[in-house]
Write a protein that binds this ligand. Structure first.
Ligand code: ZN
Length: 260
């Protein structure tokens, strides 16, 4: 179980199984939240809190670049405090939170209090994506420069696709200038037809309305073309179809070559 050290007095963990570049078992001494010594049978210091780490793994904190803390707006599901605690419990010390919140943090005025609360309520580092467009609609790109200056790590409309190609093109142009990533939820709404699961044998078996794979892959194909044209750092979230994997593989092979 992950242990978050809140006390500033010295502490040490004994018999920790350390997973870093290599794996080994050793004692770790911590002073002022920083590892001050790693070694075999380290002598205890005065007033030291000792944690028996036998059977536990000690490793660098994990990073999750895609979390939803649902605050503000949907706190019945999750809050910054509970989400960050769950992340810490799983060994994650840095996470990046998505922006499909209420209000959507699409202006400096709505982003700033959110960043403040991320910092105040979480014991881990919570970084924040701002949305690509105002209110997650597909027509008006946010002021990316202002939001980045206020502290946004990058831009994502996670939860919904950007339906308009020109909006995405403009967003990518802005983001490329700022060296900020565009983190895309790829889903063409016009191909959804009320589907709730990828079409295929599982949808059939569960008798659920299916979504054809091209709902994802056709928007991805568009984005990859626009990303190549703008040179933006582009990331596709939760890819779920074979066609998308093929497209990404192909784009990785040719990107750069086409750009030069
Ligand atoms: Zn998501």
């Amino acid at each position: 179980m992950p242990v978050i050290l809140e006390r500033s007095n010295p502490c040490s963990s004994k018999h920790a199984h350390i997973v870093s570049d290599t794996e080994y078992t050793a004692d770790i001494q911590i002073t002022d939240h920083i590892i001050s010594a790693i070694g075999q049978s380290l002598a205890p210091r005065d007033h030291e809190q000792v944690i028996d780490a036998t059977g536990a793994i000690v490793m660098p904190g994990l990073i999750d670049v895609h979390v939803h803390f649902r605050e503000p707006g949907f706190t019945a599901k999750e809050t910054i405090k509970t989400g960050a605690a769950a992340a810490a419990h799983g060994g994650f010390t840095t996470v990046v939170a998505m922006s499909n919140l209420k209000p959507v943090p699409d202006t400096v005025e709505t982003l700033k209090p959110l960043l403040k609360k991320n910092q105040a309520d979480a014991k881990i580092t919570v970084l924040q994506f701002a949305p690509i467009t105002h209110d997650l609609h597909s027509d008006q790109v946010v002021d990316m420069a202002a939001l980045q200056a206020a502290g946004a790590l990058g831009f994502s409309n996670d939860g919904v696709g950007v339906q308009d190609a020109d909006t995405m093109y403009q967003a990518m142009q802005q983001a490329a200038k700022l060296h900020a990533p565009i983190v895309a939820h790829i889903e063409d709404a016009s191909l959804m037809h009320g589907g709730v699961i990828n079409a295929g044998p599982v949808a059939k078996k569960l008798n659920l309305p299916g979504i054809i794979n091209q709902t994802e892959s056709s928007q991805l194909a568009r984005d990859l073309e626009l990303a190549a044209a703008t040179g933006v750092h582009y990331h596709a979230c939760h890819v779920s179809t074979r066609q998308s994997v093929d497209l990404i593989r192909e784009a990785k092979k040719t990107r750069g070559k086409r750009h030069r």
